[in-house]
Ligand binder design. Sequence first.
Ligand SMILES: [Mg+2]
Length: 228
Amino acid sequence: MIKTIFLDLDDTIFDFKACEKQALSAALASKGLVFTEADLSSYSKINDDMWKALERGEITREVLRVKRFEVFLSRFSTPVAPESFANIYMDALAKTNVLIKGARELLSYLSEHYELYAVTNGYEYTQNGRIKSADIGKYFKRIFISQCVGTVKPKKEFFDYCASAILGFDVKATVLIGDSPTSDILGGNAYGLTTIRYNPMHLPNPENAIPEREVYSLDEIPPLLASL
Ligand SMILES: [Mg+2]
């Protein structure tokens, strides 16, 4: 019987690519640069790689914040200061609120039937800004943001922090739902949580991070949870 849900936010509830695109085009426009889809692909890849390095403990959050723009901005002939660009980007990102289809319905259902917690790797400023902008904070009993926790998914310490903050926490009655093999599924499996991967693109599961269940659209989640 499932009692508690740990729910990832980016690319599970928020359409992160759409949010990223809005923020990047706004930041580039503020510097007089014209946004292209190639810019988005380039930035997304740089950002993803750096977040994975952060998850592995190879770089710090402070380094990631500016370094990703230092690398990305080198593609433009106009010089732009990465620090100032990072601030503009994060301000713009904090205002974005594009949700994945069915996300609000899912949040409403989960909050009525389970104890629902958000578990998200990200910056406090941008994640709280987006949660407020999308008006989804009301669905969660608590929101665990990696910057506030002091460590990231998939680390055991992240889940220890969440577990110790929840009265009567029962690992066997807890499900983690997320899209990322490296942060959600790897971390959830290692902690003994039941894991559900949201995998709309039918991407392969790495051998070391096989989820217990997999869904391809958010509306599959309520009946699946009821069957566990
Ligand atoms: Mg995610």
